[in-house]
Ligand binder design. Structure first.
Ligand code: PMP
Length: 282
């Protein structure tokens, strides 16, 4: 596969990254994942814009324009022949001797990107997944898509060890989000999700779903709910760029609603599929 690093498109095996990269030492960087459907980037502008926002929040500059990053992503799709998959993009604060404070202002950020083939996860989209609840031990800037993902990594591992696909974070008695997804509960026809704040990543798929709810006459309340309330929801689902809208059918061993993907979730999935450029499902 051909990767992008600092202005060049190179074969993966020929790329060397410095051991002094601050991404490696500190997780000092930001990233994005952009989905590719039918060889086309999906909601790329929104993702690139969020990359710039994440960078700005950690006082980093991105040495390209939004259009240049989109062009790089498009080139990766083309040269790697991606039909369904995604682009990963990362910017770190650059290469410098290991001290915590920022390196000299002249230090160039390191920009890398690659493309992968990745089919839509139709099995889990159709059948749903099981989840567990874990303590949200992360920092207080979860709105930043930072490379620092240890809290997320530990949570996802705990879920996998419990035979589940995702971990649902709870902070101070409130469901925040998943380890790599946003969480939605449905009760009496109303969709509930944690408001966009410093405690969650405002997912691009989350924003798409909020819009789809509006377009389809489904009431949304961006209001918090507790784990006990989550267990009493009629339906539950999670969203992310790669998981799309995935039904959550079980939380901590308890079935949600009927224990199967619910009707409003399915309606939203259909609406979602209608607005992505896929000629062939899967
Ligand atoms: N929250 C977290 C913690 C995530 O890692 C992700 C995946 N990027 C999301 C939410 C969903 O965001 P998006 O829909 O933009 O992929």
């Amino acid at each position: 596969m051909i990767h992008f690093i600092d202005g060049q498109f190179l074969a993966k095996d020929s790329i060397n990254v410095s051991i002094d990269d601050r991404g490696y030492y500190f997780g000092d960087g930001v990233y994005e994942v952009v989905k590719v459907y039918d060889g086309e980037l999906y909601t790329a502008e929104e993702h690139i814009e969020r990359l710039f926002q994440s960078a700005s929040k950690v006082k980093m500059t991105v040495p390209y324009s939004e259009q240049q990053l989109i062009d790089i992503a498009k080139e990766l799709v083309k040269v790697n022949g991606i039909v369904t998959g995604h682009i990963y993009m990362q910017v770190t604060r650059g290469v410098a001797a290991r001290v915590h404070q920022f390196p000299n202002p002249g230090t160039a950020p390191v920009v890398t990107a690659y493309a992968v083939h990745n089919p839509r996860p139709m099995k889990t989209i159709e059948n749903g997944v099981r989840t567990i609840i874990v303590d949200d031990i992360r920092w207080l800037r979860c709105d930043i898509k930072s490379l620092n993902l240890l809290g997320n990594v530990l949570a996802k591992q705990e879920a996998y060890e419990a035979g589940c696909a995702e971990a649902i974070f709870v902070r101070d008695g409130i469901v925040t989000e998943g380890s790599s997804s946003n969480m939605f509960g449905i009760k009496d026809g109303v969709v509930y999700t944690h408001p966009a704040s410093n405690l969650i990543l405002n997912g691009i798929t989350r924003r798409v779903v909020l819009k789809l709810c509006e377009q389809n006459g489904i009431t949304v309340k961006e209001e918090t709910f507790s784990p006990d309330e989550a267990l009493e929801m009629d339906e539950f689902f999670m969203t992310s760029t790669t998981a799309e809208i995935t039904p959550v059918i079980m939380i901590d061993g308890k079935a949600i609603g009927s224990g199967e993907p619910g009707p409003i979730t399915k309606k939203l999935q259909e609406a979602f599929t209608r607005q992505i450029p896929v000629s062939v499902v899967g």
